[in-house]
Design a binder for this molecule. Structure first.
Ligand code: HEC
Ligand code: HEC
Ligand code: HEC
Ligand code: HEC
Ligand code: HEC
Ligand code: HEC
Ligand code: HEC
Length: 338
């Protein structure tokens, strides 16, 4: 406990922003809190200096479109340097978006605005490459080669999905007030009041997104960030680029029915823990319906269902293969359905 606090204090003084463990308030009564320190959703936004992938002493370099990129952690800051043959640009990286399970993108401040780094870290290649989407635009100047300026809307959206407590009435976003990462109260509104009252012996339960909720309600809840059918249609994204939008993909499956409680996000995922990587652990969810006397049984195999019916699917440019949550018989000669 004391070590944790000392570490947190050290981190805040390095970055100017606290690395909060709000779950400590809940820990005396709920085991979920103990898992917060390695829950990917809680760690999805961190000060760049403790990003996990740019440890002190490590320097990463890459050349793209005639520019030389370098990120180096000197123990105090992560410095980001971009140069061409004429000039150089240098800045301190402030925030790391993404745990880095699939990839990590950095945000820095320059002349009063926030920018998204044009290169990101990808664990599969153990190095830097273009940020997803950046390949489509050739930079015309050094500042453009370094990153993309974020509008007020971008700031609200990116931080809105990757942090907690920042939203303000009227649609604004307060960077000073936000807590990095998705914290208990982001999914359980009323949790802070509940914790205070519970300590006094008074029970005012916070929201529980799965209580009295249909599968559709749960997909919509997780879909506020992971994106629903309606979001994907509105964004106009098609083809394999939709593979990372699990609520959308799952809702295309014949297996899925909005009112059947046996198939939704929390039947397969405990949102308080890192994702389970053993394919066989998910068989139970399929066998809830595919059992004698109900839905069809598989003629090909009796376990490891997700490896064939929700296969890992490469997302171009992401250096990562996402599970396709559209459950179906996959055929090699079939175009990717959306
Ligand atoms: C002093 C003990 C205590 C503390 C501290 C506490 N809780 Fe609870 N919490 C309870 C009790 C008791 C219940 C009711 C348990 C039950 O109904 O099984 C509960 C229920 C809940 C539920 C379930 C609500 C439902 O309807 O299913 C959630 C979610 C929850 N707490 C979240 C939190 C969070 C988040 C925190 C920290 C911000 C927190 N609690 C702090 C005692 C506590
Ligand atoms: C406030 C936004 C938000 C909400 C709401 C949300 N998620 Fe997430 N979730 C994220 C982000 C951001 C990540 C990426 C974490 C990272 O950086 O790797 C993530 C990652 C995950 C992962 C992958 C974890 C891993 O180990 O890599 C799972 C599984 C997941 N979410 C399930 C859910 C489920 C189930 C719900 C609904 C109960 C939900 N999420 C609701 C934002 C959200
Ligand atoms: C609607 C909510 C939402 C918005 C807006 C959003 N993200 Fe995310 N982000 C997510 C979710 C959910 C994941 C997890 C994806 C997964 O694992 O399926 C994620 C994952 C990531 C990752 C991990 C790598 C990857 O591509 O999976 C990075 C980096 C990231 N987001 C950066 C950003 C940045 C920068 C912005 C603003 C330009 C942004 N996000 C806006 C929800 C959002
Ligand atoms: C990404 C959203 C998300 C976050 C963040 C989150 N929870 Fe939950 N929590 C849920 C959902 C969804 C359920 C219902 C799960 C179910 O019924 O399977 C739940 C259920 C619970 C319950 C009731 C469990 C039970 O078995 O009845 C408690 C207690 C709880 N959460 C505490 C916490 C605490 C403490 C934190 C912070 C450390 C936290 N949650 C963070 C989504 C979240
Ligand atoms: C039938 C089981 C099942 C259901 C239902 C399900 N998932 Fe998954 N999900 C998986 C499996 C399997 C993986 C891959 C685990 C691994 O190999 O790391 C996964 C991975 C993920 C990941 C990590 C990114 C990736 O593709 O590896 C996220 C985020 C996620 N699921 C979110 C969701 C959300 C949100 C929902 C609700 C719409 C949902 N899942 C419903 C089985 C399921
Ligand atoms: C809520 C019940 C339910 C669950 C849970 C469920 N399914 Fe299904 N599944 C169905 C129904 C209903 C159909 C459509 C049957 C029909 O039309 O004859 C179906 C159809 C299928 C099909 C055939 C689809 C096609 O493309 O022809 C496959 C394959 C399948 N399920 C695999 C799975 C796997 C694998 C899982 C677990 C990841 C799973 N199902 C979970 C109800 C379910
Ligand atoms: C090794 C890959 C593999 C695994 C593992 C696997 N399946 Fe299949 N499954 C297939 C293939 C291929 C087909 C299509 C067979 C055909 O049409 O000839 C299929 C067909 C199906 C069908 C459609 C049956 C019908 O008659 O319409 C269902 C339902 C199904 N699988 C469910 C499951 C479930 C549930 C599991 C886990 C218990 C599972 N599968 C495991 C490859 C697999």
């Amino acid at each position: 406990m004391y070590r944790t606090l000392a570490l947190l204090a050290a981190v805040s003084s390095l970055s100017g922003a606290p690395l909060s463990r709000e779950g400590e308030k809940c820990a005396p009564c709920h085991p979920q809190a103990a898992w917060e320190s390695d829950n990917p959703m809680a760690l999805t936004l961190r000060p760049a200096v403790v990003s996990g992938w740019l440890p002190p002493g490590r320097a990463l370099v890459v050349e793209r479109d005639g520019y030389h990129y370098e990120m180096a952690n000197d123990g105090k800051d992560v410095r980001y340097r971009v140069r061409d043959d004429k000039s150089a640009f240098e800045v301190t990286l402030k925030w790391a978006f993404g745990t880095g399970h699939s990839g990590q993108t950095y945000v820095y401040e320059h002349q009063g605005d926030l920018y998204e780094s044009r290169v990101s870290y990808y664990p599969r290649i153990e190095g830097l490459d273009l940020t997803l989407g950046a390949a489509n635009e050739a930079p015309s100047s050094l500042p453009e080669a370094a990153g993309r300026r974020m509008s007020a809307g971008d700031v609200r959206e990116c931080f809105g999905c990757h942090s907690s407590h920042g939203y303000r009435d009227g649609g604004g976003f307060d960077l000073e007030a936000m807590t990095p990462g998705i914290r208990c109260a982001h999914c359980h509104s009323g949790a802070d009041e509940h914790a205070r009252n519970a300590a006094l012996g008074k029970l005012t339960p916070p929201a529980n997104p799965a209580r009295n909720s249909s599968s559709e309600d749960i997909l919509n809840f997780c879909g506020t960030c992971h994106r629903t059918w309606a979001d994907v249609v509105m964004m106009g994204i098609k083809g394999v680029n939709t593979v990372r939008f699990q609520p959308y993909r799952l809702s295309l499956s014949q297996c899925y029915s909005p009112m059947d409680p046996r198939l939704n996000c929390v039947q397969c995922h405990d949102p308080h823990r890192a994702v389970e990587s053993d394919a066989k652990a998910y068989d139970r969810a399929c066998l809830a319906c595919h059992r004698p006397g109900e839905q069809a049984l598989c003629k090909v195999a009796t376990d490891g269902c997700v490896d064939c019916h929700m296969p890992k699917t490469e997302l171009p440019g992401a250096h990562f293969a996402f599970r396709d949550h559209y459950i179906r018989v996959h055929r090699d000669d079939q175009a990717f359905p959306d």
